[in-house]
Write a protein that binds this ligand. Sequence first.
Ligand SMILES: NC(=O)c1ccc[n+]([C@@H]2O[C@H](COP(=O)([O-])OP(=O)(O)OC[C@H]3O[C@@H](n4cnc5c(N)ncnc54)[C@H](O)[C@@H]3O)[C@@H](O)[C@H]2O)c1
Ligand SMILES: [Zn+2]
Length: 351
Amino acid sequence: MKKREEFVHFNEVAYDVLKNYLLHQIDSVKNIFVIVDDNTYIHCLPILFQKIVFLKKSNIIKIKSGEKEKNIYTCVQICKNLEKFKATRRSLILNLGGGVITDIGGFVASIFKRGIRFVNIPTTLLGMVDAAIGYKTGINLDSIKNEIGSFYVPEFLIIDTHFLKTLPNKEIFSGIAEMLKHGLIADKKYWKQMNKIQIDRNENEWKDLIHKSILIKKKIVDRDPKEKGLRKILNFGHTIGHALESYFMNINQMIHGVAVTMGMIYESWISCEINGLSITDYKEIKSTLSVLYPMDNKISKLEIQKLLLIMEHDKKNEKNKIQFSLLKEIGKCSYNCQVPHSLIKKSFFIN
Ligand SMILES: NC(=O)c1ccc[n+]([C@@H]2O[C@H](COP(=O)([O-])OP(=O)(O)OC[C@H]3O[C@@H](n4cnc5c(N)ncnc54)[C@H](O)[C@@H]3O)[C@@H](O)[C@H]2O)c1
Ligand SMILES: [Zn+2]
C-alpha cells in the first residue's frame, strides 16, 4: 500500500500534486472524466476549475444526488458516457463528491475496461474521513446496501476542507460520528480531543482532526485491506447502527451518523456487560454521544424484533451468528464477538 505522504494530500499542496499528476501522467485533458452529482456540480466543481483551470476542458459526468442513485443503472449510465467520450485504459476518473460518488465512481473505475485509474476528491466530511479511504467501492442492489462492489485503490486522495463550507450541518454530524468512532476503537487521545468538538471550530483545528482521523482509518485498512480480521473493528456501532438505519429508512429517514451514534451507545453497553469495558468508560462514552445526538427515539418491543431480523441478515455475519465489534476500553476494540439475542434486546432499554 502507498505511504501516507504519497496518498493523502491537503488543501493547496494537494492541488499542486493533482495538477502535476494530470500534466505528467495523463495524455490529454480529454482523457480526464470528472464525476459529480447535482450538488457538487454547483458547489465544488467551480472550486476545482478555479484551482486547475485546464480541467474546464475535461469531460464532466453528472448524476443525481442521493443514496438511491448508487445502483447498477447509474453505473451503466456512467459507463455509456465514458464510452461516448472515448475513454481508454489510459483514462482517469476524478470522483468529486461524497461517499456516494466515491463509491460508485470507484466501482466504475474498477470495472470499466477491466480497470482504469481514479482519484478521490471527497467533498463531505464522511467522505474525507471514511468513504474515500477504505479501498472499498460499491453500489446497492435494490435495498441491500453495498451488495455489489470491489476492493480497488485510488491513485491518491485530495482533501480540501474548504468544500465543507457548503455542506449541510446534518452531513457534518454524520462525519463527526465516524471520527468519534475512530477515537473509541483505536486512539484514546484522539477521542479526548474529538469529544470536545464544537461545530464552529476554526479551519486549522478541523484540518488537524480530519488528518488524524484519516491516519487512524488508513493504518487499520492497510494492515487488513480485505477485512479478514482487524479491519472489522471499524464496524463498531454499525451492527445495531445499520439495522436502525435500514429499519427507519422508510419511516422517518434516520441519518447514518445518528444511527451509528445510537449503535455505539448500545454496543458500548454490551461491551461493558461482556467485553470488559469499564463502567467509567461506558458512562463517558454515553454522556458524550448523547449530548451530540439526543436519544429521543424510543424503540418498541416489536421494533426490536424487526431490528434483530435485520441484524440476522447482515452480510458480515459468520456461521449464521450476528458478529459484533466491541470495546475493551476507550481506544481498544475486539472483533468477531458473539452476543446473545437477550443481551442485544436488553441494550435497547438502557437509560
Ligand atoms: N467505501 C467505504 O468504505 C464507505 C465507508 C463509509 C460510507 N460509505 C458510503 O458513503 C455513502 C455516504 O456518503 P456521504 O454521507 O458523503 O453521502 P453523499 O455522497 O450522498 O453526500 C451527502 C449529500 O451532500 C451533498 N454534497 C456533497 N458534497 C457537498 C458539498 N461540499 N456542499 C454541499 N453539498 C454537498 C451530496 O450531493 C448529497 O446530497 C453511503 O453510500 C455509504 O455506503 C462508503
Ligand atoms: Zn459508518
